[in-house]
Design a protein around this ligand. Structure first.
Ligand SMILES: Nc1ncnc2c1ncn2[C@@H]1O[C@H](COP(=O)(O)OP(=O)(O)OP(=O)(O)O)[C@@H](O)[C@H]1O
Ligand SMILES: [Mg+2]
Length: 271
């Protein structure tokens, strides 16, 4: 890619953003709560409704959406000086650092300003085209990457993913305060890994307790978007690169993802 001044890149970022109707940033107070799983499946659920969806993995150190969605061996093409996103399904495109790495096993060591530039290029140098939604998956915590995105993409809405334990309350609180500080519109909290439904007998077991996400939402005065049960097939799908909601359309977890999508659409309609 040829050298360009920052203001040129800024211009390309805003030209691209003007073609994107809704932007959602998925983040959490801590790691491993299922952000990438939620980002991938919400993006898929939106695209299955016939809308054009872009999914951006800004987890520069541990990008795993490409693997989760079975496109890790693809690479982004180049057209007229723009990078082309990788197509996952007819209506879903993905951009990830994983597509630019020589080997997925090598750690990426970046300094702050370089990370910011890389994220800016994902927004300005990629030919996203007309999108109804851009779903952004962030790395764990309330660090540089979500901060850069919030600064680079104006009018972004935020979804906070948490697990149901009481101890997660503190992390959700941190995430909500972070979103408020950055003036992000908080769409709400999703409680992931909420209860386990036994695949043999259908009994519901609260492995990590239940309700922490809903209580956190109430306490913090933000909407509760819903709970996604623990389903071992989510782990299998992620590991084998088979998009979960497409493969398990009748599962409780898929229904939960679809209900959450409806809530998100309704909430944005209210504005
Ligand atoms: N509802 C669920 N049921 C079963 N397994 C799940 C569920 N949600 C996520 N997982 C599994 O938990 C692990 C962590 O999920 P994921 O990678 O989405 O979390 P993350 O918050 O993005 O992690 P990181 O902070 O490292 O980016 C994955 O193996 C994923 O398959
Ligand atoms: Mg992740």
């Amino acid at each position: 890619m040829e050298q360009q001044t920052l203001s040129e890149l800024d211009k390309r970022v805003s030209q691209n953003l003007a073609k994107i109707k809704n932007r959602i940033l998925i983040f959490s107070g801590k790691g491993g709560v299922g952000k990438s799983t939620v980002a991938a499946n919400l993006a898929l659920a939106l695209s299955e409704k016939g809308m054009q969806v872009g999914l951006l993995d800004v987890d520069i150190h541990g990008p795993n959406l490409a693997k989760m969605l079975g496109v890790e061996n693809e690479r982004m093409g180049i057209s007229e000086n723009y990078l082309l996103p990788v197509r996952v399904t007819e209506n879903l495109k993905l951009v990830s650092m994983a597509f630019l790495l020589e080997s997925p096993d090598l750690p990426v060591i970046w300094r702050g300003p370089m990370k910011m530039k890389a994220i800016q290029q994902f927004l300005g140098d990629v030919k996203w085209g007309e999108l109804d939604w851009l779903v952004v998956d962030s790395p764990p915590g309330t660090g540089d990457e979500p901060l850069s995105i919030a600064q680079l993409i104006p009018a972004t809405a935020a979804i906070i993913v948490t697990t149901p334990q009481e101890v997660s309350l503190l992390d959700s609180k941190k995430a909500v305060l972070f979103a408020r500080k950055l003036n992000l519109k908080i769409l709400g909290i999703i409680e992931n890994m909420s209860e386990f439904i036994c695949p043999y007998c259908g009994k519901r077991i609260d492995l990590f307790k239940k309700g922490g996400g809903e209580r956190a939402a109430k306490e913090l005065g933000v909407p509760f978007l819903g709970r996604i049960p623990i389903d071992p097939r989510i782990v299998e799908s992620g590991d084998s690169g088979e998009p979960f909601i497409l493969n398990q359309p009748d599962s409780e977890a898929t229904k939960a993802f679809n209900n959450i999508v409806e809530r998100i659409i309704n909430q944005l309609k209210k504005d």
